[in-house]
Structures are given as structure tokens and as C-alpha cells.
Design a protein around this ligand. Structure first.
Ligand SMILES: [Mg+2]
Length: 382
């Protein structure tokens, strides 16, 4: 079955409340809806992050689309390799595996959606089948101040979450107070994961880990600059708390380096880093050989990515039992079904063909209009 055309639509879905982390404040999910139309009635959907700008990413996706038009939907790996080589000159002077992964993830996702729809099977079955009956997600707590974060943590625990995930790296005293209040709110038995998002150097990481260990965190994610695996290893080697690599790892090659250096105890990784579902599965396999789990990573995404990542999560044998879920942050998702509401922190298989979601056309129109409106206002600002 041949690809006829690729349509790209910028969307903006605001978050219910601002999301505070060490690199700033995020207000919503800005994405590109990717729609691959075939020569028959089948249509596949995916999404790309629109970071740093929708216009810029869209230009790259349009270039990539030229290389897949007229090709078979089943030639996914060759097509993605061709797109990457053509856009980023893999063996030339513009290798960009990270940005390349982000640009191509939506096309890759849409090809999986199409393949599943044509074969009338859910994507997780095409990935080898479900390894588990559900994927379990951690409670990603929201708020700026310790009191609000502690209150949100309590609510997540009441909804059945066994693991709470909390942003730190916002200043030593604020971090200490956040972790103190969250631990006090959830009690001793809840697993607590902390993410400074690269805010610490080796010395400050050692200082903060020493201060925070009294609250028994289960894991600290990407404490230092992603570019230095030796710094990550230095922190891990001196830390009584396990360390996860997030921004240090975007693909199977990065996983290999981290595992060879023994620089992390867990790998946090998602579709928008790897460039889609296939490369995520390959990266997970590399981690598995080194005895590490994959924790699904979430970004500024809609239910389209939540569904796609969930299929991968069902099929990854070495998936962690606490994964990132971002869907609760959205004010209005662009999918009408399935329900992505968690039950006791868990979500079972999505069994409709392909990625298994139906778009909500009204919500989509609103998200499209919101993007046009917001960015024309920004561009026309004095
Ligand atoms: Mg992280």
C-alpha cells in the first residue's frame, strides 16, 4: 500500500496549570499532528513535538515527507533511514540524531498506526505482543510551592499510585522543603523519584543527595549536564540513591555508552527522543542486555503520543513498573477514545487497530485555531 500524501497541522493544548521544573515553566503541549494518507482509504496519525518552533519542525517534516510519498507503508525502517540521511546527512557534516529523532518520530508513529489499521491488529501485537496486562505509571505531581506539591502527591496516592515523581533542581532550600513535605504527605511506603533535570554539577549533586537521602528517595533522574557521562557516573558511584539517565540517552547508541560506562541504574526514554516506536524497542533491547529497565519518558504531548508510547510499553520486556504519564496535564485532549484515565495508576491494552485512538474532531479544530491565534498574537506583539 503506497503513501499518497502527508499533512501537517500545528496544534496547541494548554495545561490545566503551569508545570514548574528546573529549566523553566511549561504552559502546554505544542505539537504537529502528522497525517499520512494512502492511495486507499487508510489514514495513519502521529505527532511531533513543535520544539523549538512549529514552523521550523514543520519545514523538516515536509522535506522528509517528500522521501516517503509513493513508497510502501511497510517499508518503515528503510524510509526512516532515508529521511534521516537526506535531512541530516548522517555521514556528512550535519549529523543530528537527537533533533532528527524528534523530527521523524511523528512520521514513524503514523506508519505504525497505518500498518496496524491495514492489518487490523493493535500495534503492540506487531511489536511482538503484550509482555504484561497493563502499564503502570507514576504520579507526576504539579504545583510551584511545596504545599501544593504535597497536596497533589496525596491525591495521587489516594488514586492508587505507588510511586510519586517530583521535579527538583529549583534551588537547594526549595528542593529540601519540597521533598520533606511530599515525603511527609505520602508516608514512608510510597516510592519517591526526584528529577533535577541537569540542574546539579557533581559537587552540588553530592551535597543535595546527602541532604535528601533522609527522605529515602527511590531514584534521582539526570542530576547533571546530559553531555557528561563521566559526571553522571561519578555521581552514581558516590550516591546511596540509584541514578537514572534521561537527557543523556536518546537512542540505542547512547544506551550502549551508558551501560558500558555503568553510568546509570535506569534508562528514561521516550518516542520523541528515539525517533519513534521501532528505535525505542531497539534501545530497550540494548538496555536489557545490561540488566537495566526502561522507564517511558513523557514530554509535551497529546493522547496520540500517550497511546503510541503505551503500545511500546506493553511490548517492552524490560519496562519499569513506574513510567511517565503526561495526559493528566492537558485541559482537553485531541483524542475521543480510548479513555486514557488510569485505574489504580494502570492502563490496560488498547485493542483497536493501529495505535487504537479516534481523534476528537472538535477538540482538534480548537487546538488548531488556538495555535494560530496564540502565535499570531505572539508574532504581532509590539
Ligand atoms: Mg526527566
Amino acid at each position: 500500500m503506497k503513501i499518497r500524501e502527508v499533512l501537517i497541522t500545528p496544534l496547541l493544548v494548554p495545561y490545566a496549570q503551569p508545570y514548574y521544573w528546573s529549566q523553566g515553566v511549561t504552559l502546554g503541549a505544542e505539537v504537529l499532528l502528522i497525517e499520512i494518507r494512502t492511495e486507499s482509504e487508510f489514514v495513519g496519525f502521529g505527532e511531533c513535538l513543535a520544539t523549538p518552533t512549529a514552523t521550523g519542525v514543520q519545514a523538516f517534516v515536509e522535506e522528509a515527507a517528500k522521501h516517503i510519498t509513493g513508497e510502501s507503508i511497510f517499508d518503515r525502517e528503510r524510509l526512516m533511514a532515508t529521511c534521516y540521511q537526506s535531512l541530516f546527512q548522517f555521514r556528512g557534516n550535519c549529523s543530528a540524531p537527537r533533533f532528527g529523532g524528534q523530527v521523524l518520530a511523528g512520521l514513524e508513529m503514523a506508519l505504525w498506526d497505518l500498518q496496524g489499521k491495514v492489518l487490523n491488529r493493535p500495534v503492540y501485537e506487531l511489536l511482538g505482543g503484550a509482555q504484561r496486562a497493563y502499564v503502570e505509571y507514576f504520579g507526576f505531581i504539579q504545583g510551584s510551592e511545596p504545599e501544593a506539591l504535597a497536596k497533589d502527591a496525596t491525591a495521587f496516592v489516594q488514586r492508587g499510585h505507588r510511586t510519586i515523581y517530583c521535579k527538583v533542581g529549583r534551588g537547594d532550600e526549595l528542593d529540601f522543603e519540597i521533598v520533606r513535605q511530599v515525603r511527609e504527605a505520602v508516608g514512608p511506603d510510597i516510592r519517591l523519584r526526584l528529577d533535577p533535570n541537569e540542574a546539579w554539577d557533581v559537587l552540588s549533586a553530592r551535597r543535595m543527595i546527602n541532604r535528601l537521602k533522609v527522605f529515602n528517595p527511590e531514584m534521582i533522574e539526570q542530576p547533571c549536564d546530559h553531555r557528561s557521562l563521566s559526571a553522571l557516573k561519578q555521581i552514581k558511584d558516590s550516591s546511596p540513591i540509584p541514578i537514572a539517565a534521561d537527557q543523556s540517552v536518546f537512542n540505542a547508541d547512547d544506551v550502549l555508552q551508558v551501560t558500558q560506562m555503568q553510568a546509570a541504574d535506569l534508562i528514561t526514554l521516550g518516542l520523541h527522543e528515539t525517533g519513534g516506536i521501532g528505535p525505542l524497542m531497539k534501545a530497550a533491547d540494548v538496555a536489557k542486555k545490561a540488566g537495566l529497565n526502561i522507564c517511558l519518558h513523557g514530554l509535551y504531548e497529546t493522547g496520540i503520543t500517550t497511546c503510541a508510547a503505551h503500545h511500546a510499553g506493553l511490548a517492552i520486556s524490560n519496562l519499569d513498573d513506574a513510567n511517565q504519564y503526561m495526559n493528566h496535564l492537558l485541559t482537553a485532549d485531541v483524542i475521543a477514545s480510548p479513555s486514557l484515565t488510569l485505574s489504580e495508576a494502570k492502563l490496560g491494552p488498547i485493542d483497536a487497530p493501529g495505535l487504537g485512538f479516534e481523534l476528537d474532531l472538535d477538540a482538534l479544530r480548537q487546538a488548531k485555531a488556538r495555535h494560530v491565534e496564540y502565535f499570531s498574537a505572539v508574532n504581532n506583539a509590539p
